[in-house]
Design a protein around this ligand. Sequence first.
Ligand SMILES: Nc1ncnc2c1ncn2[C@@H]1O[C@H](COP(=O)(O)OP(=O)(O)O)[C@@H](O)[C@H]1O
Ligand SMILES: [Mg+2]
Length: 251
Amino acid sequence: MSVALAQRPALASDPALRPVISFHGVGKTYPSGTVALRDIDLAIYQRDFVFLVGASGAGKSTLVRLLIRDEPASSGRIFVDGQEVTRMSRRRLPKLRRKFGIVFQDYKLLATLTVGQNVAFALQVTRPGQRHMREKVEETLWIVGLEDKIDKFPDELSGGEQQRVAIARALVTRPRIFLADEPTGNLDPDTSWGIVQLLLQINHRGTTVLMATHNREVVDLVRRRVIAIEGGRVIRDEQEGQYLREGETTV
Ligand SMILES: Nc1ncnc2c1ncn2[C@@H]1O[C@H](COP(=O)(O)OP(=O)(O)O)[C@@H](O)[C@H]1O
Ligand SMILES: [Mg+2]
């Protein structure tokens, strides 16, 4: 199978031409011996919206974990914003992670806190003033369409609304890169579509978005960049791609 790379990673010195994220020959073998990623080369630019697609076990979540250094790479080099993640000292990891907003399939909201408090929680690291904090939380809940739910508790919301709160919490720090790992995995098709629209809107505001998914319907409707992985390898990288290439029956 031929590998079509939309953009080759380049070590450009001009920051405007530099990818926000690049992988150079990256491999990951877990201590169990499972090879989760092999020889990954890719470059993602600031305005990109990328679907990372592949069957369960293909390596999507591992790629996300390597990017935020939740797991170390076994080989190769990863750069974020011109800094080498694969060589970063532990001391610098909090700063790296603040560049990312992250949401998962399960919303991981704190059940004893209101919607507003859940979102404000993410701001505590940066410690803005109390008034500024309230403004940021309200503004961000407005972006996700939940400004009227600020005093509700998570269990008073639907699944789609809870995922929107998780998105607001990830967004409130205004991250440069938004990572979503199967964000629609627990949602029905209509609700999933709303979540993807929201991610597209976030991307439109200038944030890089990487969404790992096996939601074929969504990928085929949106027609944005698609990076397909199979058995830990990139098998396809296309602008305006689809979940499957013509003739393919599985990813
Ligand atoms: N912590 C881990 N330890 C050992 N193997 C793992 C671990 N996490 C994932 N794997 C394995 O790595 C491969 C890729 O998994 P993953 O990245 O979770 O794929 P995906 O997100 O595409 O479903 C699978 O074979 C999986 O079983
Ligand atoms: Mg996964």
